[in-house]
Ligand binder design. Structure first.
Ligand code: ADP
Length: 397
């Protein structure tokens, strides 16, 4: 009987993702998704042996509870419930309170809820997920792993904004950074790839998914990152605008937009989608660009230019650079995006190895620059794995 299974839960406001991770083999033995919570079509689905199974949730409400109850029943049916030793929860925002993974009790859930001001879409939903999981697995230790925690090592010059300190002290307005578990994971894997101890290596990690961020990592620690007070800032993303002159917001408000409309525009209708007028999906952008679509071509150019600018600027945060790491959906798979970024960085000596760049896709890792030139590499991220490992480590601490 295995005693290495950790159930990883990522509870959102209208969805709940779960994955069962074997912390010895590193494999995800089961994963699934509850979605459309609060709507008549609410359901939970999972894949077994490649085959999707779906369970409809009833309209009696509390879909988070119903979904977790169904997951528990599924684990019982599969005869693996007793092999699970811990539950790890992904939490978007730990504020300044949480600098590392913690064991969950009611006081911790309350603290996470208290940070809802900083992450109104995420933290309340995490708290719901934790409470239902605590009910469903009353005997298991549960842990909270924070997206922000890895960035708590940033120096003040990186996290304090150029605004009155009063705003930081009264409201906690500062750079927090996100995607911390991903930047943490890929930098550790990158150090192994180049045979250097992590505390003697420096990387620029480039997480390009629907959300996207760059992180400067010095001796294994985050020293700067492009997402800020919220995940809206920094890079251009699938639907998010990234860095923007704040006066534009006042301008739009004066033009008659409501704050909610402005927020929706910048979060959900901007980025690749807004510029291309076509899609937020990078694959669609590249296909349309290859067919000569102007909006898609401009979206590609802005996206790659901005990533390159961030990489260039983060050289300032480091004494040396052992590698640029590309990860997440776009970073792991898109040869043209990586190729253009490396071309933009040619002033620093980067030279794409076209064959290696073409090969590093669909889960394949590798160095994608020519020998004896500065290193760029592709490393698939694995946030669930980090959450499971951190939970396991605390369980045995
Ligand atoms: P999320 O932030 O939702 O976790 P992902 O890391 O899954 O996002 O990344 C989603 C993005 O990855 C999408 O823009 C998608 O088009 C892109 N992507 C996935 N596979 C490929 C591919 N083969 N080529 C280019 N882009 C890809």
């Amino acid at each position: 009987m295995s005693n290495s299974l950790v159930l990883v839960i990522n509870s959102g406001s209208s969805s709940l993702k779960f994955a069962l991770i074997d912390t010895v083999s590193g494999e995800s033995t089961l994963s699934g998704l509850g979605e459309c919570f609060g709507l008549p079509e609410a359901n939970v689905s999972w894949k077994i042996n490649g085959e999707k199974q779906e369970y409809k949730l009833d309209d009696s409400g509390n879909h988070h509870q119903q979904a977790v109850n169904r997951i528990v029943a599924l684990l019982e049916e599969l005869g693996i419930k007793q092999d699970i030793v811990a539950v790890g929860h992904r939490v978007v925002h730990g504020g300044e309170k949480f600098t590392k993974t913690v064991k969950i009790d009611e006081a911790v859930v309350q603290e996470i809820e208290n940070l809802s001001d900083l992450a109104p879409l995420h933290n309340p939903a995490h708290a719901i997920g934790m409470r239902v999981a605590m009910k469903a697995f009353p005997t298991l230790a549960q842990y909270a792993v924070f997206d922000t925690a890895f960035h708590q090592t940033m120096p003040a010059k990186a996290y304090i904004g150029a605004i009155s300190q009063k705003l930081y002290k009264e409201y906690g307005i500062r750079r927090y950074g996100f995607h911390g578990t991903s930047h943490y994971f890929v930098s550790r894997e990158a150090a192994k790839m180049i045979n250097k101890p992590i505390d003697e290596s420096s990387f620029i990690s480039v997480h390009l998914g629907n959300g996207a961020s760059v992180c400067a990592i010095k001796n294994g620690k985050s020293v700067d990152t492009s997402m800020g007070f919220t995940p809206l800032s920094g890079l251009m993303m699938g639907t998010r605008c990234g860095d923007l002159d704040p006066s534009i917001i006042e301008f739009m408000l004066k033009k008659g937009w409501s704050p909610e409309e402005v927020f929706k525009e910048l979060n959900s209708k901007s980025g690749l989608l807004g510029v291309s007028g076509l899609t937020s999906d990078c694959r669609g952008i590249i296909e349309a660009m290859e067919n000569g679509h102007e909006g898609a071509t401009l979206a590609f150019d802005i996206f790659t230019y901005r990533v390159s600018k961030y990489i260039g600027s983060y050289m300032v945060a480091l004494d040396k650079l052992d590698g640029i790491i590309f990860t997440a959906g776009i970073g792991e798979n898109s040869q043209p995006i990586r190729s253009k970024i490396l071309e933009n960085l040619k002033i620093f000596g980067y030279l794409e190895d076209e064959e290696a760049n073409a090969a590093a896709r669909f889960g394949n890792r590798g160095i994608i620059t020519k020998p004896n030139t500065p290193v760029a590499m592709v490393i698939p991220t694995n946030e669930e794995w980090v959450i499971a490992k951190e939970s396991m480590a605390l369980l045995h601490a």
